[in-house]
Design a protein around this ligand. Structure first.
Ligand SMILES: [Cu+2]
Length: 722
């Protein structure tokens, strides 16, 4: 299906240069040339040269979450509610003692995270040209309140795609596309291009059926012991937690889907509520199964009343007003208890909103072929090309192998607390190579990974010890909710799951022929802040520590670039939200098994008691967050766990006010967090303060965007009151 993708340049038949042994063809002198004035720390580059020449395989071996679970883990187990002194859970899980760390650094070897049967170290890197995601075709227009609306029909289907390099087997994925044009099906999906002030209406169709119209089972192992969509529960038991008398097999029935547009300002029936799912309109849905989620019919009626649309079986028609700041949103599946497996299968794509008062005039930023959307996803593979996903909790390594599980213990048999894969795909291609000209580019980056936070840096040597020296600054000009108030010049862009980063890379003064690498210094575990190899072990240098190669055009011809240099950009102002009329305290909690020491069995978003202790709340507990429409609302997210959690709130784009450490130190938001956001990293032991404004009454959700957490109780509904 990738034939409709145009590579950024003709598939540059470049020799594989898997950096084993080290690819160090680029002369460091080239980058010390006067042209690269923004290079950070020229002397540090020399350090890298020494490092890479002397001991190119050096990599610290720190203990990871996998080996240290329980050291700083939650103490409470079993019960459905718990209380814990503030800060007690914040003990670091990683080795912070520099001497101890250096002592083990000599043991360096490639250390990919476990995955499928295909060894990631054998996959050649930088042989596939970076795919450019196409534009999702519209089906035309309709009228709403006398004004035009762009219409789309977008289906979810199963198909094969070349994710591994040419010569390897293709991969069966799920993805979105336009049924009128089968070449548009791709994982990640083609981009919806939306215009400010012009609504978009999408009919989202679940077409996970075979050629005979019979439903397709999931690509991955679905755990029926979570609080999940549960179609076999029927109308009375859907969207519930089932009680089992023996450990059930995985669910292999028809798959519920519901699409959420992440970041959208939208009415409730079009938000993709986790219980608004539908099964495909398959010919063989088993008798007694619920075909739709609990609120599907209610929202179907609301959509008919509000927008005059009639939902057909197996689909939902949503309308997006596009009355918010220009930004990069993204659409993905959000079905209750199944989001992690549905998104890992490939169901995500960009939605770019342009124009309006919060956009820049045409020509100011690089555009057209010089603006490129990049979806980052970690994936593991089997030798037959299939995607790997854990089929047992045993994979996580923190329990007795093989169980016992629910109902003998409290531990789900298949769900894993966080999924980290061992390769990095950009726009569906593993470790691509991006050919650029000597000019500026605008990168719209989305982290659509299950649990992985990326710390992106441009370097000359992909195996340089971490933290590596940046060879080129990254200018971040926007985040989740649109442009920042001012450009931020960074060595490293930090992008948590579901976050977006609007970046400018300027190759104008980089010598032709230069080879650069986009690396990832984030951890192969949840990111809880800090410095690579001091506070956590950086991702494996040989696999998930690398993202993409960048080759700067060897043509001497200068390419006309009329875009404004990032340091001179003037970005649209953001009015700060005023004093809050309501405040909500939210506790972030992780509950461990009573049977397996330090083994998490779910996370929760709870309330705070007057004494600062936490109460877990579960998906179906009564709603306790009730902002009134028109109010500015403050959230205090108090993280009682050992992990950083990217917390996402629907309907709104909020402002990050501050983070308060367990020692009482208050920090302002990072420069790249000073715009409006819909997802924020809440670090361990800290209180993250947000201000949000809601103006659409209805039921929405807030949740952790480590989607493995979200799927297992770390999500709550909230009600915006009229
Ligand atoms: Cu989480």
């Amino acid at each position: 299906m990738s034939d409709s993708l145009e590579p950024d340049t003709p598939a540059a038949a470049e020799a594989p240069d898997n950096p084993l042994p080290l690819d160090n063809t680029q002369s460091l002198d080239d980058l010390s040339a006067p042209g690269v004035e923004n290079t950070v720390g020229g002397d540090a580059l020399d350090e890298d040269a020494e490092d890479s020449a002397a001991e190119p395989t050096r990599q610290p071996v720190l203990l990871t979450r996998r080996t240290l679970l329980g050291v700083g883990g939650m103490i409470i187990a079993g019960g459905t509610a718990f209380a814990l002194p503030r800060g007690r859970a914040a003990a670091p899980v990683t080795v912070r003692n520099a001497a101890a760390r250096r002592a083990v650094m000599a043991m360096s070897t490639p250390n990919p995270v476990p995955g499928g049967s295909l060894d990631p170290l054998t996959i050649p890197k930088y042989v596939t040209a970076l795919p450019r995601l196409g534009v999702m075709p519209s089906t035309g227009s309709a009228s709403y309140n006398g004004a035009p609306v762009d219409t789309y029909v977008i289906a979810s289907r199963q198909f094969t795609q070349q994710m591994l390099p040419a010569g390897y087997p293709s991969t069966t994925v799920w993805g979105y596309g336009a049924p009128s044009s089968t070449g548009t099906f791709h994982a990640p999906a083609f981009t919806i291009e939306a215009k400010y002030g012009r609504p978009v209406r999408v009919t989202w169709a679940n077409q996970l059926v075979d050629s005979s119209g019979r439903y397709l089972p999931h690509l991955f192992t679905v755990d029926p012991t979570l609080h999940w969509a549960n179609p076999p529960g029927g109308v009375s038991g859907r969207d519930s937690h089932t009680t089992f008398t023996s450990t059930p097999p995985p669910y292999t029935g028809p798959v519920p889907l519901v699409t959420h547009l992440h970041g959208a300002h939208v009415t409730e029936e079009s938000d993709g509520y986790p219980q608004a799912w539908t099964l495909p309109a398959a010919s063989n849905i088993p008798a007694g199964y619920a075909a739709v989620g609990t609120v599907y019919d209610q929202y179907k009626a609301e959509a008919a009343q509000r927008y005059g649309v009639a939902w057909q079986p197996g689909s939902s028609t949503y309308q997006y007003p596009n009355d918010q700041r220009a930004t990069a949103m993204w659409y993905h599946d959000h079905a209750l208890g199944m989001t992690r497996v549905n998104v890992q299968s490939g169901l995500s794509g960009f939605y770019l909103l342009r124009g309006g008062p919060a956009d820049l005039p045409a020509g100011v930023l690089p555009s057209g072929t010089h603006e490129i959307a990049m979806v980052l996803q970690d994936r593991s593979f089997n030798k037959d090309g299939s995607l790997f996903f854990p089929d047992s909790r045993t994979f996580f390594g923190d329990t007795t192998a093989g169980g016992p599980w629910i109902p003998t213990t409290d531990t789900p048999p298949y769900w894993n607390p966080e999924y980290f894969a061992n390769t990095v795909a950009v726009n569906g291609a593993l470790w691509p190579v991006w050919h650029v000209a000597r000019r500026r580019y605008r990168l719209r980056v989305l982290n659509s990974s299950n649990a992985r936070t990326y710390l992106l840096k441009v370097v000359t040597n992909p195996l340089a010890d971490r933290p590596a020296s940046a060879a080129l600054p990254i200018w971040q000009i926007g985040s989740d909710g649109g442009f920042l108030p001012a450009p931020a010049q960074l060595d490293e862009a930090i992008i948590a799951p579901a976050e977006r980063a609007d970046l400018i890379l300027d190759f104008t003064n980089v010598p032709a022929g230069t080879q650069l690498y986009l690396i990832n210094e984030g951890p192969d575990e949840p990111y809880h802040g800090g410095v690579p190899n001091t506070d956590f072990m950086a991702a494996d240098y040989y696999t998930t520590g690398q993202v993409m190669k960048i080759v700067v055009g060897n043509s001497a011809a200068a390419i006309a670039d009329a875009s404004v240099p990032p340091s001179q950009l003037s970005l649209p102002a953001i009015a700060p939200l005023g004093r809050p009329a309501q405040t909500f305290g939210v506790s972030l909690n992780e509950i461990d098994s009573a049977f397996y020491d330090g083994a998490p069995i779910y996370g929760t978003l709870g309330t705070l008691n007057a004494d600062g202790t936490a109460n877990s709340r579960f998906w179906d507990d009564p709603v306790d967050v009730k902002p009134v429409a028109g109010n500015v609302v403050e959230f205090d997210l108090v993280n009682f766990t050992v992990d950083g959690h990217p917390i996402h709130i629907h309907q709104t784009q909020f402002q990050v006010v501050s983070r308060t450490g367990s020692d009482g130190t208050v920090r302002p938001p990072q420069p790249w967090e000073t715009g409006t956001k819909d997802t924020v990293l809440a670090f361990p032991g800290e209180t993250t303060k947000l201000r949000a404004y809601f103006d659409i009454p209805g039921r929405y959700v807030y949740h952790c965007h480590i989607i493995d957490h979200e799927d297992n109780e770390m999500m709550r509904p909230f009600d915006v009151l009229p």
